[in-house]
Design a protein around this ligand. Structure first.
Ligand code: ZN
Length: 284
């Protein structure tokens, strides 16, 4: 299959031919950058790992150009940095036994432009070929414009499909801003207690980012552990790792639903939770 950017690439780690390589997908994740998938979508990667029936496909929408560089990589040009980041993402696809990895190579300007439909078309074509049951993308309260932009393009792509072809469930995931602030009833918890070794390996291949001075590997594992412990104040920890998700399914079940109002609902319920506690404690 062909995508709109000339540098785009479709990598099938086990070499299975198309269309079967994509058609086996059950879980699909659409991220902005190389390394986001391993941070936000560890749960579906683990769920599909070594499974005969479940397959994970990853999609990276941008080209990773302009990413920070230090140490070993400090003299690398933008082109060299793009090549390194593509290579790292392919390493992760091999470690995680992805069904397929699509590198769409859009400049982030395509993502930040609300009127640009090119990424929407690429994502819609992948959805049509993969027909996943479960879809993961960035959450709508992330603090990185490109992440929220990718979530909006992904929602638009799902909405463009006939209702019967849309995934059963769509989740917004954590990267730049976690979802601990959501009220507990709104949280979708993904248990990632198992295979910390594999989670560490998936995060660890991104040497160009980690050597750059950002310990995304330690921070992501720490966030999972913190969520597991702080989720409930009573009782002992029953899991040692949790990733939180925001349910975006209503936005694709009803394409007329206003996206801004939908996320405002989550923020409003958080506001009410804080306000009602003050009221209970007698603060006027
Ligand atoms: Zn990112």
């Amino acid at each position: 299959m062909k995508f709109l950017q000339p540098a785009s690439d479709l990598f099938i780690p086990d070499g299975l031919a198309l269309p079967a390589a994509l058609a086996r997908t059950t879980h699909l994740a659409v991220s902005a950058h190389q390394d986001d998938l391993e941070i936000m979508a560890a749960a579906p990667i683990l769920e599909c790992f070594q499974s005969k029936e479940k397959w994970f496909t990853g999609v990276v929408v941008t080209d990773g150009r302009g990413s920070p560089r230090e140490g070993l990589y400090k003299d690398f040009s933008d082109d060299e940095m793009c090549a390194i980041r593509r290579k790292e993402q392919k390493k992760a696809a091999i470690v995680g036994e992805f069904a397929a990895l699509a590198l769409l190579e859009h400049p982030s300007s395509n993502i930040k432009d609300g009127a640009n439909r090119k990424p929407v078309e690429d994502i819609a074509a992948l959805l049509e070929n993969c027909m996943p049951q479960f879809l993961y993308t960035h959450n709508l309260a992330d603090k990185h414009d490109t992440h929220v932009g990718v979530a909006l393009k992904t929602i638009a792509a799902v909405r463009s499909l006939p209702a019967a072809d849309r995934p059963q469930k769509v989740y917004g995931c954590e990267v730049w801003r976690d979802l601990d602030w959501m009220i507990d009833d709104d949280k979708v918890g993904f248990d990632v207690s198992a295979q910390e070794n594999l989670q560490a390996a998936l995060l660890g291949v991104y040497d160009s980012q980690i050597t750059g001075g950002k310990r995304y590997d330690l921070a992501s594992m720490g966030r999972r552990r913190a969520h597991a412990t702080y989720f409930a104040s009573h009782g002992v920890d029953t899991s040692t790792g949790i990733i939180f998700g925001m349910d975006l399914t209503p936005l694709v079940a009803d394409p007329q639903l206003d996206i801004a109002e939908y996320i405002h609902g989550y923020i409003h319920r958080f506001y009410q939770d804080v306000a009602e506690r003050f009221k209970r404690l007698g603060l006027k």
